[in-house]
Design a protein around this ligand. Sequence first.
Ligand code: ASP
Length: 340
Amino acid sequence: MRHLLIFAALLPTLLTAQNHQTFKFDGPVILIHGGAGGIERKYYNDEQIAEYDSALQAVLKVGYDMLTYGANGMDVVVECLTMLENDPHFNAGKGAVFNDQGEVELDASVMDGSTKMAGAVAGLKHIMNPAKLARAVMEETSHVLLIGEGAEEFAKTQDHQFVDNEYFLTPKRKDQYERWKQMKKNGTVGVVVLDVQGNLYAGTSTGGMMGKKYGRVGDVPIIGAGTYADNNGAAVSCTGHGEYYIRNNVAFQVNARMQYQGLTLEQSTREVIFGVLNSNAGNGGLIAIDAKGNATWTFNSSGMFRGAAGILDGRKAPRFMTEIFGDPTWPEDCDPKPIE
Ligand code: ASP
Protein backbone atom coordinates (compact mmCIF):
# COMPACT_ATOMS: atom_id res chain seq x y z
CA MET A 1 0.00 0.00 0.00
CA ARG A 2 2.81 2.37 0.98
CA HIS A 3 4.53 1.68 -2.34
CA LEU A 4 1.32 2.34 -4.13
CA LEU A 5 1.01 5.72 -2.45
CA ILE A 6 4.57 6.65 -3.31
CA PHE A 7 3.94 5.62 -6.89
CA ALA A 8 0.71 7.64 -6.99
CA ALA A 9 2.54 10.69 -5.64
CA LEU A 10 5.18 10.36 -8.33
CA LEU A 11 2.72 9.77 -11.13
CA PRO A 12 1.93 13.38 -12.05
CA THR A 13 5.63 14.19 -12.41
CA LEU A 14 6.25 11.14 -14.51
CA LEU A 15 3.25 11.74 -16.70
CA THR A 16 3.92 15.41 -17.25
CA ALA A 17 7.63 14.89 -17.77
CA GLN A 18 7.34 14.36 -21.46
CA ASN A 19 6.07 17.79 -22.45
CA HIS A 20 8.78 19.39 -20.41
CA GLN A 21 11.96 17.45 -19.74
CA THR A 22 15.21 18.86 -18.50
CA PHE A 23 18.59 17.18 -18.47
CA LYS A 24 22.00 18.04 -17.12
CA PHE A 25 24.90 17.15 -19.39
CA ASP A 26 28.64 17.10 -19.01
CA GLY A 27 30.74 18.26 -21.97
CA PRO A 28 29.37 19.11 -25.41
CA VAL A 29 25.65 18.74 -26.08
CA ILE A 30 23.32 18.86 -29.04
CA LEU A 31 19.55 19.14 -29.05
CA ILE A 32 17.45 19.04 -32.19
CA HIS A 33 13.80 19.37 -33.09
CA GLY A 34 11.83 18.45 -36.17
CA GLY A 35 8.74 20.51 -35.44
CA ALA A 36 5.88 20.60 -32.97
CA GLY A 37 2.15 20.42 -33.55
CA GLY A 38 -0.75 18.00 -33.68
CA ILE A 39 1.62 15.03 -33.56
CA GLU A 40 -0.27 12.12 -31.98
CA ARG A 41 0.41 8.41 -31.89
CA LYS A 42 -2.81 7.62 -33.73
CA TYR A 43 -1.63 9.44 -36.88
CA TYR A 44 1.56 7.37 -37.28
CA ASN A 45 2.20 3.69 -37.91
CA ASP A 46 5.24 1.88 -36.49
CA GLU A 47 7.15 2.15 -39.72
CA GLN A 48 6.73 5.92 -39.87
CA ILE A 49 7.78 6.30 -36.25
CA ALA A 50 10.89 4.25 -36.96
CA GLU A 51 11.68 6.46 -39.97
CA TYR A 52 11.45 9.68 -37.97
CA ASP A 53 13.40 8.13 -35.18
CA SER A 54 16.27 7.06 -37.41
CA ALA A 55 16.29 10.42 -39.18
CA LEU A 56 16.68 12.18 -35.82
CA GLN A 57 19.27 9.66 -34.60
CA ALA A 58 21.38 10.13 -37.75
CA VAL A 59 21.50 13.88 -37.20
CA LEU A 60 22.35 13.51 -33.51
CA LYS A 61 25.14 11.11 -34.35
CA VAL A 62 26.78 13.43 -36.90
CA GLY A 63 26.32 16.48 -34.66
CA TYR A 64 27.63 14.84 -31.52
CA ASP A 65 30.62 13.31 -33.32
CA MET A 66 31.56 16.71 -34.71
CA LEU A 67 31.27 18.26 -31.26
CA THR A 68 33.46 15.63 -29.62
CA TYR A 69 36.12 16.16 -32.29
CA GLY A 70 36.14 19.82 -31.22
CA ALA A 71 34.17 21.32 -34.10
CA ASN A 72 32.98 24.88 -33.75
CA GLY A 73 29.32 24.93 -32.68
CA MET A 74 28.21 26.95 -35.70
CA ASP A 75 29.61 24.29 -38.06
CA VAL A 76 27.58 21.71 -36.15
CA VAL A 77 24.37 23.74 -36.22
CA VAL A 78 24.59 24.34 -39.97
CA GLU A 79 25.61 20.77 -40.81
CA CYS A 80 22.70 19.35 -38.81
CA LEU A 81 20.18 21.83 -40.17
CA THR A 82 21.38 20.95 -43.68
CA MET A 83 20.77 17.25 -43.02
CA LEU A 84 17.28 18.02 -41.75
CA GLU A 85 16.57 20.34 -44.70
CA ASN A 86 17.57 17.59 -47.14
CA ASP A 87 15.31 15.07 -45.41
CA PRO A 88 11.78 15.18 -46.88
CA HIS A 89 10.22 14.13 -43.56
CA PHE A 90 10.54 17.64 -42.20
CA ASN A 91 9.06 21.00 -43.05
CA ALA A 92 12.33 22.65 -44.08
CA GLY A 93 14.14 22.54 -47.43
CA LYS A 94 12.93 19.50 -49.36
CA GLY A 95 9.52 18.52 -48.03
CA ALA A 96 8.56 22.02 -46.88
CA VAL A 97 4.90 23.05 -46.80
CA PHE A 98 3.33 25.20 -49.52
CA ASN A 99 2.13 28.78 -49.42
CA ASP A 100 -1.35 29.69 -50.68
CA GLN A 101 -0.02 29.78 -54.24
CA GLY A 102 1.27 26.23 -54.11
CA GLU A 103 4.91 27.26 -53.87
CA VAL A 104 7.54 26.75 -51.22
CA GLU A 105 9.03 29.81 -49.48
CA LEU A 106 11.77 29.09 -46.98
CA ASP A 107 12.99 30.91 -43.86
CA ALA A 108 16.04 30.20 -41.69
CA SER A 109 18.30 31.79 -39.11
CA VAL A 110 21.40 31.10 -37.02
CA MET A 111 22.91 32.80 -34.00
CA ASP A 112 26.27 32.62 -32.26
CA GLY A 113 25.88 33.00 -28.48
CA SER A 114 29.50 33.97 -27.92
CA THR A 115 29.41 37.03 -30.19
CA LYS A 116 25.64 37.54 -30.45
CA MET A 117 26.09 37.75 -34.23
CA ALA A 118 23.12 36.45 -36.20
CA GLY A 119 22.11 35.82 -39.80
CA ALA A 120 18.71 35.11 -41.32
CA VAL A 121 16.93 34.65 -44.65
CA ALA A 122 13.25 34.69 -45.54
CA GLY A 123 11.04 33.95 -48.53
CA LEU A 124 13.62 31.88 -50.45
CA LYS A 125 12.33 29.89 -53.40
CA HIS A 126 15.44 28.42 -54.98
CA ILE A 127 18.10 27.89 -52.33
CA MET A 128 18.55 24.24 -51.47
CA ASN A 129 19.93 24.91 -47.99
CA PRO A 130 18.65 28.10 -46.39
CA ALA A 131 20.59 27.60 -43.13
CA LYS A 132 23.89 27.86 -45.03
CA LEU A 133 22.75 31.11 -46.59
CA ALA A 134 21.66 32.44 -43.18
CA ARG A 135 25.16 31.78 -41.93
CA ALA A 136 26.63 33.56 -44.95
CA VAL A 137 24.45 36.62 -44.22
CA MET A 138 25.91 36.64 -40.71
CA GLU A 139 29.51 36.15 -41.80
CA GLU A 140 29.73 37.90 -45.15
CA THR A 141 27.44 40.93 -44.83
CA SER A 142 26.88 43.66 -42.28
CA HIS A 143 23.17 42.74 -42.12
CA VAL A 144 21.08 40.31 -40.13
CA LEU A 145 18.16 39.48 -42.44
CA LEU A 146 17.95 39.23 -46.23
CA ILE A 147 14.70 38.34 -47.99
CA GLY A 148 13.42 36.90 -51.27
CA GLU A 149 15.11 37.91 -54.50
CA GLY A 150 17.70 40.05 -52.72
CA ALA A 151 18.77 37.10 -50.63
CA GLU A 152 18.97 34.88 -53.71
CA GLU A 153 21.02 37.53 -55.54
CA PHE A 154 23.43 37.51 -52.63
CA ALA A 155 23.57 33.70 -52.78
CA LYS A 156 24.89 33.95 -56.35
CA THR A 157 28.03 35.60 -55.04
CA GLN A 158 28.59 32.56 -52.86
CA ASP A 159 28.84 28.87 -53.31
CA HIS A 160 25.16 27.99 -52.77
CA GLN A 161 23.23 25.34 -54.61
CA PHE A 162 20.23 26.60 -56.60
CA VAL A 163 17.25 24.36 -57.37
CA ASP A 164 13.85 24.79 -59.08
CA ASN A 165 10.99 25.33 -56.65
CA GLU A 166 9.68 21.92 -57.81
CA TYR A 167 12.63 20.28 -56.03
CA PHE A 168 11.08 21.09 -52.64
CA LEU A 169 7.61 19.79 -53.49
CA THR A 170 7.01 16.25 -52.30
CA PRO A 171 3.91 14.17 -53.07
CA LYS A 172 3.05 14.20 -49.36
CA ARG A 173 2.99 18.00 -49.28
CA LYS A 174 0.97 18.14 -52.52
CA ASP A 175 -1.62 15.95 -50.85
CA GLN A 176 -1.58 18.07 -47.73
CA TYR A 177 -1.92 21.20 -49.79
CA GLU A 178 -5.09 19.80 -51.34
CA ARG A 179 -6.44 19.11 -47.85
CA TRP A 180 -4.87 22.20 -46.33
CA LYS A 181 -8.08 23.75 -45.06
CA GLN A 182 -8.56 20.89 -42.61
CA MET A 183 -4.88 20.43 -41.85
CA LYS A 184 -2.51 22.13 -39.45
CA LYS A 185 0.96 20.82 -40.10
CA ASN A 186 4.22 21.84 -38.49
CA GLY A 187 7.65 20.33 -38.89
CA THR A 188 10.21 23.07 -38.72
CA VAL A 189 13.73 21.97 -37.78
CA GLY A 190 16.04 23.39 -35.14
CA VAL A 191 19.41 22.73 -33.54
CA VAL A 192 21.04 24.11 -30.37
CA VAL A 193 24.51 23.14 -29.24
CA LEU A 194 27.04 23.68 -26.51
CA ASP A 195 30.48 23.09 -28.01
CA VAL A 196 33.74 22.06 -26.31
CA GLN A 197 34.80 25.71 -26.05
CA GLY A 198 31.72 26.25 -23.86
CA ASN A 199 29.92 28.41 -26.43
CA LEU A 200 26.23 28.26 -27.34
CA TYR A 201 24.76 28.29 -30.85
CA ALA A 202 21.22 28.05 -32.23
CA GLY A 203 19.66 27.68 -35.66
CA THR A 204 16.21 27.08 -37.12
CA SER A 205 14.91 26.39 -40.64
CA THR A 206 11.37 26.10 -41.99
CA GLY A 207 8.89 26.17 -44.82
CA GLY A 208 6.55 28.05 -42.47
CA MET A 209 2.85 27.22 -42.14
CA MET A 210 0.89 25.28 -44.76
CA GLY A 211 -1.22 27.65 -46.86
CA LYS A 212 0.49 30.77 -45.51
CA LYS A 213 -0.07 33.95 -47.48
CA TYR A 214 2.46 34.53 -50.24
CA GLY A 215 5.12 36.79 -48.70
CA ARG A 216 4.37 35.83 -45.09
CA VAL A 217 7.42 35.63 -42.87
CA GLY A 218 7.21 33.62 -39.65
CA ASP A 219 9.17 33.64 -36.42
CA VAL A 220 12.08 31.52 -37.64
CA PRO A 221 14.16 34.28 -39.29
CA ILE A 222 13.19 36.82 -36.62
CA ILE A 223 16.00 36.86 -34.08
CA GLY A 224 14.47 36.76 -30.61
CA ALA A 225 11.23 35.18 -31.81
CA GLY A 226 12.15 31.75 -33.21
CA THR A 227 15.90 31.69 -32.58
CA TYR A 228 18.21 33.21 -30.00
CA ALA A 229 21.61 32.46 -28.46
CA ASP A 230 23.59 34.20 -25.77
CA ASN A 231 26.30 32.51 -23.72
CA ASN A 232 24.99 34.36 -20.63
CA GLY A 233 21.50 32.96 -21.06
CA ALA A 234 20.53 30.18 -23.42
CA ALA A 235 20.54 28.96 -27.01
CA VAL A 236 16.92 28.52 -28.08
CA SER A 237 15.23 27.20 -31.21
CA CYS A 238 11.43 27.32 -31.45
CA THR A 239 8.72 25.62 -33.46
CA GLY A 240 5.02 26.31 -33.57
CA HIS A 241 2.55 28.89 -34.81
CA GLY A 242 5.03 31.63 -35.72
CA GLU A 243 2.81 34.67 -35.29
CA TYR A 244 2.50 33.91 -31.56
CA TYR A 245 6.25 33.48 -31.27
CA ILE A 246 6.85 36.83 -32.91
CA ARG A 247 4.29 38.66 -30.80
CA ASN A 248 5.66 37.14 -27.60
CA ASN A 249 9.35 37.22 -28.48
CA VAL A 250 9.53 33.68 -27.20
CA ALA A 251 13.20 32.82 -27.75
CA PHE A 252 14.41 36.10 -26.28
CA GLN A 253 12.02 35.84 -23.32
CA VAL A 254 13.58 32.53 -22.33
CA ASN A 255 16.95 34.18 -22.38
CA ALA A 256 15.86 37.40 -20.66
CA ARG A 257 14.22 35.63 -17.73
CA MET A 258 17.49 33.80 -17.11
CA GLN A 259 19.75 36.81 -17.50
CA TYR A 260 17.69 39.50 -15.82
CA GLN A 261 15.50 37.60 -13.38
CA GLY A 262 17.96 34.88 -12.44
CA LEU A 263 15.59 32.06 -13.39
CA THR A 264 16.98 28.65 -14.28
CA LEU A 265 16.60 27.29 -17.80
CA GLU A 266 13.91 24.96 -16.52
CA GLN A 267 11.91 27.70 -14.78
CA SER A 268 12.26 30.10 -17.66
CA THR A 269 11.16 27.69 -20.41
CA ARG A 270 8.20 26.53 -18.32
CA GLU A 271 7.04 30.08 -17.72
CA VAL A 272 7.44 31.09 -21.32
CA ILE A 273 5.74 28.07 -22.91
CA PHE A 274 3.14 27.09 -20.31
CA GLY A 275 2.57 30.64 -19.12
CA VAL A 276 3.17 33.34 -21.73
CA LEU A 277 2.69 31.40 -24.98
CA ASN A 278 -0.13 29.27 -23.69
CA SER A 279 -2.14 32.12 -22.20
CA ASN A 280 -1.87 33.88 -25.54
CA ALA A 281 -3.35 30.81 -27.25
CA GLY A 282 -0.06 30.05 -28.99
CA ASN A 283 0.81 26.47 -29.78
CA GLY A 284 4.22 24.87 -30.10
CA GLY A 285 7.48 24.28 -28.31
CA LEU A 286 11.20 24.82 -28.12
CA ILE A 287 14.56 23.26 -27.37
CA ALA A 288 17.05 25.17 -25.21
CA ILE A 289 20.41 24.77 -23.57
CA ASP A 290 22.59 26.88 -21.27
CA ALA A 291 26.36 27.12 -20.95
CA LYS A 292 26.38 24.84 -17.89
CA GLY A 293 24.95 21.94 -19.87
CA ASN A 294 21.33 22.23 -18.67
CA ALA A 295 19.07 21.34 -21.55
CA THR A 296 15.34 21.13 -22.09
CA TRP A 297 12.56 20.46 -24.53
CA THR A 298 9.27 22.06 -23.67
CA PHE A 299 6.04 22.20 -25.69
CA ASN A 300 2.33 22.72 -25.23
CA SER A 301 1.34 20.95 -28.44
CA SER A 302 0.51 17.25 -28.45
CA GLY A 303 3.91 16.26 -29.80
CA MET A 304 7.26 17.47 -31.02
CA PHE A 305 9.92 15.56 -32.95
CA ARG A 306 12.98 15.94 -30.76
CA GLY A 307 16.33 14.53 -29.75
CA ALA A 308 19.35 15.15 -27.56
CA ALA A 309 22.86 13.75 -27.34
CA GLY A 310 25.52 14.18 -24.71
CA ILE A 311 26.90 12.66 -21.55
CA LEU A 312 24.29 12.85 -18.83
CA ASP A 313 25.69 14.08 -15.53
CA GLY A 314 27.58 11.34 -13.71
CA ARG A 315 27.63 8.91 -16.65
CA LYS A 316 30.55 7.84 -18.81
CA ALA A 317 29.04 7.10 -22.20
CA PRO A 318 26.94 9.51 -24.27
CA ARG A 319 23.19 8.99 -24.61
CA PHE A 320 21.30 9.55 -27.86
CA MET A 321 17.66 10.21 -26.99
CA THR A 322 14.79 10.77 -29.38
CA GLU A 323 11.09 11.31 -28.68
CA ILE A 324 8.08 12.17 -30.77
CA PHE A 325 4.90 12.29 -28.74
CA GLY A 326 3.93 14.26 -25.67
CA ASP A 327 1.66 13.51 -22.79
CA PRO A 328 -1.98 14.52 -22.74
CA THR A 329 -1.80 15.27 -19.01
CA TRP A 330 -0.94 18.95 -19.00
CA PRO A 331 1.31 20.34 -16.28
CA GLU A 332 -0.48 22.38 -13.60
CA ASP A 333 1.21 25.60 -14.66
CA CYS A 334 -0.20 25.05 -18.14
CA ASP A 335 -3.39 27.00 -17.55
CA PRO A 336 -5.54 27.51 -19.55
CA LYS A 337 -5.07 24.15 -21.23
CA PRO A 338 -3.77 24.34 -24.80
CA ILE A 339 -6.13 24.64 -27.72
CA GLU A 340 -5.83 21.49 -29.81
N1 ASP B 1 7.31 28.45 -36.63
C1 ASP B 1 7.13 28.15 -38.02
C2 ASP B 1 6.48 29.32 -38.69
O1 ASP B 1 5.51 29.84 -38.16
C3 ASP B 1 6.32 26.92 -38.27
C4 ASP B 1 6.66 25.71 -37.44
O2 ASP B 1 7.43 25.77 -36.51
O3 ASP B 1 6.15 24.65 -37.76
O4 ASP B 1 6.88 29.67 -39.76
